[in-house]
Design a protein around this ligand. Structure first.
Ligand code: COA
Length: 434
């Protein structure tokens, strides 16, 4: 008999709590870093001020989910029958518990999601009431925050002890995660497919069902599984994960927190970069009359972009100092499935020409491609050409990691976040120029 996810999690939480308590109680004064003026002014780069066990981002190696690299994660998790890709449900089990699930444990999670996936009618009414040209990220964020009235945490907050906050948070997280793919697909079909909505299929896994509701044939189900997995978590300091964590630290519920996460992801320097990449490539394609540019021609486009003061979207990273393994996983998928796609060829040329140019320009600390440089091309290839929708896909994936983080933050009793600010006057006094 498969272990229920919540029971397994409870056991993990009980085992984990003494570790956090001991660190706090016996070693709370031990220093783990220093903060410079450059860091305080410069977006807190490299400041060690967060703790998460869901994933860790090594600057050179890239992301590990619960200690597993992307290739290990893809290899070890149970696969959907007839597919090379793991269940999103099994991946969520890994994020939450730290363990690779058995097939029957995956089934339990899939059933949990299945029974919670009905989207309330008022969310549909709300989406339909918005002007159709509203950005899909605004639609998604509106839908998520609107469901705040469903929060189990809010209902139970006054009746339970702090120790148990994670339990209704867990319920909220599963309720929301189960609905996100349907909401995303609804927005897509309503906005871009003539309002032809496709009902979910209860027999399909999360990734398969998403592809079904999007109305896109195989292997888009595998694309969805891979996409949600790769975009789920990148430790806690990035804008979307941190926004979710920060909001939740005030004990705002999952709906408010994930709403904030989505709004952070909507910025062009963060999740919206996948839309920006496609827009930028389309511009190049138009100028080239859709002919594949030579490396020399592409170099000129890249320099033109830089010289006009723009960033080259899809390249650079605040932490990574190597090619993003999330980029590589998608590149491998592209080489296997769409290597003759004209846009992939553009991306391939960019892969070769951009890093040396960014190095020559000498500004970006990391000249290598990130996750966003490759993901839009795959979507485009399978007919999802409305690139302002791409960050919605990113949001569905990112919510898996942020929800897992928030459940654990409530379980370990992480307090309300409140870093300290200084004034410019104070900094000048510290360095002796005032
Ligand atoms: C991701 C990103 C926001 C990280 O920012 P960061 O941590 O400040 O990066 P760096 O410390 O390397 O930035 C140093 C300088 O290089 C520039 N730079 C970084 N990446 C660049 C890029 N892809 N193209 C042009 N310039 C870039 C920065 O704008 C900054 O310039 P400034 O000193 O004039 O302000 C940045 O690399 C970027 O804007 N990339 C393009 C957008 C993108 O792909 N975002 C998705 C990330 S997953």
């Amino acid at each position: 008999m498969a272990e229920l996810l919540k029971e397994k999690l409870e056991q993990k939480i009980n085992d984990w709590r003494p570790r956090t308590t001991k660190l706090l109680k016996d070693y709370g004064d031990v220093k783990i870093g220093e903060v410079t003026i450059a860091q305080a002014i410069g977006g807190m780069r490299g400041v060690k001020g967060l703790v998460t066990d869901i994933s860790y981002l090594d600057p050179v190696e890239g992301i590990r989910f619960r200690g597993y690299t992307i290739p290990e994660t893809l290899e070890k998790l149970p696969k959907v029958p007839g597919s090379n890709m793991p269940y999103v449900e099994g991946f969520f089990y890994l994020l939450l518990t730290g363990d690779i699930p058995t097939e029957s444990e995956v089934e339990v999670v899939a059933k949990e999601f299945n029974k919670r996936k009905q989207v309330p009618n008022y969310v549909i009414d709300l989406l339909r009431a918005l002007p159709r040209d509203t950005h899909p990220m605004t639609m998604l964020s509106t839908a998520v925050v609107a469901m705040q009235r469903e929060s189990e945490f809010v209902k139970e907050y006054h009746n339970i002890s702090k120790h148990d906050y994670w339990k209704p948070t867990y319920e909220d997280a599963l309720n929301l995660l189960a609905k996100l793919p349907s909401i995303a697909a609804y927005i897509y079909r309503m906005k871009y497919r003539g309002d032809t909505i496709i009902a979910p299929d209860p027999n399909l896994d999360m990734g398969g069902n998403f592809a079904h509701m999007m109305g896109v044939d195989k292997p888009y189900d595998d694309v969805s599984r891979l996409y949600f997995l790769l975009h789920s978590d990148h430790e806690s300091g990035n804008v979307s994960a941190h926004a979710g964590h920060l909001i939740s630290s005030a004990l705002s519920d999952i709906y408010y927190s994930i709403g904030g996460m989505i709004n952070g992801l909507a910025g062009p320097l963060h999740g919206l970069a996948n839309q920006e990449v496609l827009m930028w490539i389309q511009g190049v394609m138009d100028q080239m009359d859709h002919k594949i540019p030579t490396e020399e021609e592409m170099k000129k486009f890249v320099w033109d972009t830089l010289n006009s003061g723009q960033v080259v979207p899809g390249f650079g990273h605040a932490v990574l100092r190597q090619t993003d393994p999330r980029y590589m996983a998608q590149r491998e998928f592209s080489l296997a499935h769409l290597k003759d796609d004209p846009i992939f060829k553009y991306v391939d040329v960019l892969y070769k020409v951009v890093p040396p140019i960014l190095e020559e320009q000498g500004k970006a600390k990391n000249p290598w491609p990130n996750v966003d440089a490759q993901s839009g091309v795959i979507q485009w290839h399978y007919g999802v050409k409305e690139y302002d929708f791409y960050t919605v896909l990113f949001s569905v994936g990112r919510a898996l990691g942020v929800c897992a983080n928030i459940i654990w933050a409530r379980a370990l009793g992480y307090p309300i976040e409140r870093p300290k600010s200084l004034t410019t006057d104070m900094l000048e006094k510290i360095v002796g120029i005032k």
